[in-house]
Design a protein around this ligand. Sequence first.
Ligand SMILES: NC(=O)c1ccc[n+]([C@@H]2O[C@H](COP(=O)([O-])OP(=O)(O)OC[C@H]3O[C@@H](n4cnc5c(N)ncnc54)[C@H](O)[C@@H]3O)[C@@H](O)[C@H]2O)c1
Length: 338
Amino acid sequence: MNVLVTGGAGYIGSILCGMLLEKGHTVTCLDRFFFGMDSIKDIADKVRIIKDDIRWFKPEVFEGVDAVIDLASLSNDPSGELDPQKTLEINYKGRVRVAQLSKKYRVRRYVLASTCSVYGFQEDVLSEESSLNPLTTYAKANVLAEKEILPLADESFTVTVLRQATVYGYSPRMRLDLAVNGMVLGFYKNGKIPIMRDGRQWRPFVHVRDTSKAFIEVLESEQDLVNEQVFNVGSDDQNIQIFDLAKIIAESINIPFNYEWYGSPDKRSYRVNFNKIKEKLSFKPEYTPRDGAKEIFEALKDGRIVADDPKTITVKWYKQLLEMNALIKSIEINGVIL
Ligand SMILES: NC(=O)c1ccc[n+]([C@@H]2O[C@H](COP(=O)([O-])OP(=O)(O)OC[C@H]3O[C@@H](n4cnc5c(N)ncnc54)[C@H](O)[C@@H]3O)[C@@H](O)[C@H]2O)c1
């Protein structure tokens, strides 16, 4: 299949593009490269690279494309609050644009990267049928995108939404702002695992290679199994309370269980039911948070991850980019030639 991956140089995208190539697919990576191009340097000669924005790229890009995996977005809750208007423009309107153009240009399959955080705080174990409770601009933009994109599905345009659990594990575009990865980093830097208060909040987790596998399985599944369908991506046994997760991490990298609290109590607590993806697509994760923690610890020790790289904390990096952008605009307004 000829697959267009938006956000293909990101944390998930850079792994997914490599896995698509391994499976014999042809890959186009469309990205603004906000985090640079290093993440895809090992596959750069095997993929078609398009540096552009999902809000305004030219539709000729769709020529010959069979399937679109739409990952591009401002990718977490805090980044989504930096400029809520921009978040809605990209994460909601931008992705609706990609889906509508995909259909218009006769792409056969479209998969939207959504998130389990659309469920927000709820006591029950949540399935795809549960009510949604988006608490942040990021989560609201995902709900709006899902609602407008799913009805585009028809016999010749297969639409699937994947609500991913919180991802962990090593990727060449490293994110250390995700729970498992950040806990390992905290221990590596300060000898203490940082735990967000009050530690009792539930969160579902999935490894970056497993969530990438789910996108590929959806592309390769029979149309009637996945068309106009929403799937939670993860597994029941990886619903974990944050305090317990910290203990698991200490055990898996064989360190004393020293920890420190941070933040005000996290309202986003949810447990998710993953029966549907298991039963309909036979999806079974291969990795656990233990594997992810070991992987991150090794990569920090051997230098593949640089602990203080500002790009690894998504919100901090986007804040810097916004400030630089504002600075450039003000210089232009003052008529200074750059
Ligand atoms: N990582 C997780 O835990 C997680 C969990 C649930 C859902 N998701 C979703 O999965 C997707 C990928 O997440 P990720 O962790 O790889 O994030 P990421 O930030 O690493 O990657 C996003 C990529 O999109 C690009 N991008 C951003 N805005 C763009 C635009 N307007 N046009 C073109 N490219 C643009 C960025 O340059 C980046 O390479 C996102 O939609 C995210 O919301 C991620």
